[in-house]
Design a protein around this ligand. Structure first.
Ligand SMILES: CC(C)(COP(=O)(O)OP(=O)(O)OC[C@H]1O[C@@H](n2cnc3c(N)ncnc32)[C@H](O)[C@@H]1OP(=O)(O)O)[C@@H](O)C(=O)NCCC(=O)NCCS
Length: 350
């Protein structure tokens, strides 16, 4: 790519000969950038850079952005991005752009790395991002990302898809899959669910995620492949209402539980409704719904019977299913009253 001042910008794969250039790029980082990259003011030693440029040998990939004067001379590296292979088949992403080249190079480099990852069969790239790292958060937001479970609320672990350009579940399925939709992409039951062996992914929803397919009338790959969907504290906005009302049509048969608070819009369609308290019970209830879905896909009758037991069990263990206006009443009676409406109307509020 030609640049003003008789210079050329080249994006190419990283290699051992780049070790000095990458070291110089990192040496130019100010404290703020260094902290965002390493979560400390760490100054890496030579071994670190030798590892960075040898990422291919470990099954990962890296690229650099090099600026070269047209009349020759030494190339200057102004950006670097790479991924290390993870056991899940995904890649661990890192990216660094020289301060003087920010404003467009970060997204450009990320897209180039995503293409390399896709061409090598890596379905998603994951990264830990400090909640204070505005540019990096904006970068992944514009691509569409899923939130992965994490216990540190100052750090967001995200996953971005490579092939579909929207986030996807890891190709290796460990167990049940629960998608959490909520403005933060997080759910207080996440840790308990993970302890039960459930894979949880979060989506910050249509107002944050730049590429929400549901708003465009298309199924969401995360929702379509989930065993249950939890909508946690949805704001009362048009985009969220569109998302909630679209699930039944775009992702039929996937049970939807919604945790409502005072600011949320009223329950919609076949949503099962919870109040925020009693977290562990909600998690267990969601687990049973998800298991029934995973076991019973394609067998509606069996699923329906299982479902009834689940609601009874959940009620017995204290989960509140009903309206969120303090008039929830007896969820067992409610369950029986609406029983005729089919499997997904079981716990539907009046
Ligand atoms: C993260 C990084 C690679 C992004 O590259 P970049 O070239 O700066 O990217 P941009 O300037 O296009 O910024 C990306 C987005 O952040 C937005 N942005 C810029 N500064 C911002 C700020 N202070 N707060 C919020 N958003 C900001 C931009 O508007 C842009 O959003 P848009 O695409 O919707 O317009 C680069 O800033 C960097 O190297 N940072 C230091 C190392 C680092 O943090 N690495 C990531 C570790 S996880």
């Amino acid at each position: 790519m030609p640049l003003p001042g008789d210079r050329t910008l080249t994006i190419r794969l990283i290699g051992p000969a780049d070790v000095d250039g990458v070291e110089r790029l990192y040496a130019r980082l100010d404290d703020d950038s260094r902290y965002r990259r390493f979560f400390s003011l760490h100054r890496p030693d030579r071994d670190f850079f030798e590892r960075v440029v040898a990422v291919e040998a470990r099954g990962g990939a890296g690229i650099v952005a090099a600026v070269t004067p047209r009349r020759g001379g030494r190339a200057r590296l102004v950006g670097e991005a790479s991924y290390e292979p993870l056991a899940s088949g995904n890649g661990e992403l890192e990216i660094t752009v020289d301060a003087g080249w920010r404003g467009w190079l970060g997204p450009y480099l990320l897209d180039a790395l995503v293409e390399v990852a896709a061409s090598r069969g890596v379905p998603a790239l994951e990264a830990d991002i400090l909640m204070t790292n505005g540019p990096m958060l904006a970068l992944v937001r514009s691509r569409g990302y899923a939130v992965m479970p994490g216990q540190d609320w100052t750090v967001l672990r995200v996953s971005i898809g490579t092939e579909t350009r929207s986030p996807s579940w890891p190709s290796l399925r460990r167990g049940l899959r629960v998608l959490v939709e909520g403005p933060s992409g997080r759910w207080s039951g996440q840790e308990a669910a993970s302890e039960l062996g459930i894979d949880v992914l979060g989506c910050p929803g249509p107002t944050v995620n730049g590429r929400c397919p549901v708003l465009a009338g298309r199924p969401c790959p995360l929702a379509a492949a989930a065993d249950a969907i939890v909508i946690a504290h949805p704001p009362d906005s048009e985009a969220w209402q569109t998302l909630r009302s679209a699930h039944a049509e775009l992702h039929p048969g996937i049970p939807v539980c919604v945790v409502l608070d005072a600011r949320s819009a009223a329950p919609m369609g076949d949503e099962r409704v919870f109040r925020p308290e009693g977290r562990l019970d909600v998690v267990r209830f969601v687990e049973r719904l998800a298991r029934a879905h995973a076991d019973g896909v394609g067998d509606e009758d069996e699923d329906e019977d299982e479902d009834e037991d689940e609601v009874e069990d959940a009620g017995a263990s204290g989960v509140r299913v009903g309206r969120d206006d303090g008039e929830g009443g007896d969820e067992h009676a409610e369950r029986r009253r609406t029983r005729g409406g089919g499997r997904r109307t079981a716990a539907k509020p009046p």
